[in-house]
Design a protein around this ligand. Structure first.
Ligand code: NAD
Ligand code: MG
Length: 470
């Protein structure tokens, strides 16, 4: 076996300030209370960030309301130009954004460079294209924006989730107040600078940082017309109870990745690995339950263990790293606790030999076999690099087990038979179903859940509907 020499990306390209204010009405304004954001791979403090209180949220909503007058009255083609400009600046500054995302989040630079940032830019390009064609989107001849959108996002894809929220809102003529997650605010604050660079009119995009209390103040503010939330099902339910604004929710998942006996095993194994170890498993649509047909279970699991032994865990800034850091101590504790419940309930745990760095938050890629549907690791979202393996004999049994969850965000089907893919995709209760691939995203494809995974769609023509009065 060859060893890889270290190949660290330089962090010199990004200029992190010691402290950041809030981005309100096109300017950074200082706040009173602050908190720290750390690099989860090293626990190094990266910057101090403002904890926005209710009066800050008030100011941001007022700025967005004033900005709405300007923004919604611009000719559609002018809005389109601004959004194109933002997309192009995201591309121009992509290396800077990728490095900053990896430092603040802990994800491998290879993923932030090749997935998060290019997809974020693609979302702005895609929606720039819609901004002057809304009357052809199927929402009536002259669809109108809703007004001010309150947007709260999680830490797993910080800039990409920002793009999923802001790009369609702006394209449809709304203005926004967005709150990034407390552990990953830095790329949103750099995005605020990009709005300045793009000469976006003041008040169109406002960024307030803070924890759940800031999020609560924002989504319950009487001055908003729309709430878009991505995060845990628990908080999503609370928001659904407390807001009267138009609401879209993107919540958790417990997706089945289903491998039939006629699937090409090596490709399926790549898909299983991508499904659960991409982004340390911090993915709402992660393929966290592997359903493998009994007759090929041993073959698939042996191949999977071999493949997992080649995954490189460590410095997220190294271009050869596959598995980076867990985003926070709290998330690591949650993963550790759920994995321990797998042991306690009698499942068999396996991880490849891998040394965990001494500082920072780390969890090895892990597979549980001998899992029953009743086990917590088969039912609860772990949101970490932990795969639970179950087996099935017939397609009907695969469908029944896959659907046996309160969630319904995504699923994967691996088989040579096109007819079986179509049959399965009609039976599976999930918003996205991948066939012979997994975790593929495109701005033109709507994304969203059934049941406790939320409601509403983001992306594509469908996603526009969430930001238009119709
Ligand atoms: P969370 O739902 O607590 O946080 C998501 C966002 O909501 C953050 O910006 C947070 O500050 C904000 N928030 C928290 N409480 C709020 C409230 N009462 N009102 C308004 N906003 C509020 O998620 P978390 O604690 O970061 O993670 C917990 C679990 O959620 C994870 O283990 C995972 O299972 C799930 N999760 C899912 C997704 C997803 O993409 N679907 C993303 C992150 C986390
Ligand atoms: Mg951080």
């Amino acid at each position: 076996m060859f060893d890889y020499a270290p190949a660290p990306e330089s962090r010199a390209i990004v200029d992190i300030k010691d402290s950041y204010g809030l981005f309100i009405n096109g300017e950074f304004v200082p706040g009173e209370v602050s908190f720290k954001t750390v690099n989860p791979a090293t626990e190094e403090v990266l910057a101090e960030v403002t904890q926005a209180g209710p009066s800050d949220v008030d100011r941001a909503v007022a700025a967005a309301r004033a900005g709405f007058q300007t923004w919604s009255n611009l000719p559609d083609i002018e809005r389109s130009k601004y959004i194109f400009r933002i997309a192009r600046i995201l591309q121009e500054r992509s290396r800077e954004l990728a490095v900053l995302e990896t430092l603040d989040n802990g994800k491998p630079i290879r993923e932030s460079r090749d997935v998060d940032i290019p997809l974020a830019a693609a979302h702005f390009f895609y929606h720039a294209g819609w901004a002057d064609k809304l009357s052809y989107a199927g929402y009536g001849p002259d669809p109108k924006p809703l007004g001010v959108a309150a947007q709260v996002i999680p830490w797993n894809f910080p800039l990409l989730m920002l793009a999923w929220k802001i790009a369609p809102a702006l394209a449809c003529g709304n203005t926004v107040v967005l709150k990034p997650a407390e552990t990953t605010p830095l790329t949103a604050l750099l995005f605020a600078e990009i709005c300045q660079q793009a000469d976006l009119p003041p008040g169109v995009v406002n960024i307030v940082t803070g924890d759940g209390s800031t999020g609560h103040a924002l989504v319950t503010h009487p001055g908003i017309d729309k709430v878009a939330f991505t995060g845990s099902t628990e908080v999503g339910k609370e928001i659904a109870r407390s807001t009267r604004a138009k609401l879209t929710l993107e919540l958790g998942g417990k997706a089945a990745n289903i491998v039939f006996d006629d699937a090409p095993v090596d490709q399926a194994v790549e898909g299983i690995v991508n499904g659960i170890f991409f982004n340390q498993g911090h993915v709402c649509c992660a393929g966290s339950r592997l359903l493998v047909q009994e007759s090929i279970a041993d073959e698939v699991l042996n191949a999977l263990r071999r493949r997992m032994s080649t995954l490189r865990l460590g410095d997220p800034m190294d271009k050869n790293t596959d598995i980076g850091a867990i985003n926070s101590a709290a998330q690591l504790a949650k993963i550790t606790e759920l994995a321990a419940s797998g042991d306690a309930e009698g499942a068999d745990r396996w991880s490849p030999l891998c040394e965990l760095p001494e500082r920072g938050f780390w969890f090895p890629p892990t597979v549980f076999t001998g899992v029953s549907q009743a086990h917590r690791i088969a039912r609860e979202e772990i949101f970490g690099p932990v795969l639970s393996v179950l087996t099935f004999r017939t397609p009907d049994e695969a469908v029944a087990k896959a659907n046996n969850t309160p969630y319904g965000l995504s699923a994967g089907v691996w088989t040579e038979k096109g007819s079986r893919i179509l049959w399965m995709s009609q039976k599976l209760r999930a918003g996205v179903i991948w066939a012979n691939t997994f975790n593929r995203f495109d701005p033109a494809a709507p994304f969203g859940g059934y049941k406790e995974s939320g409601y509403g769609r983001e992306g594509g023509r469908h996603g526009l509907g969430a930001y238009l009065a119709h």
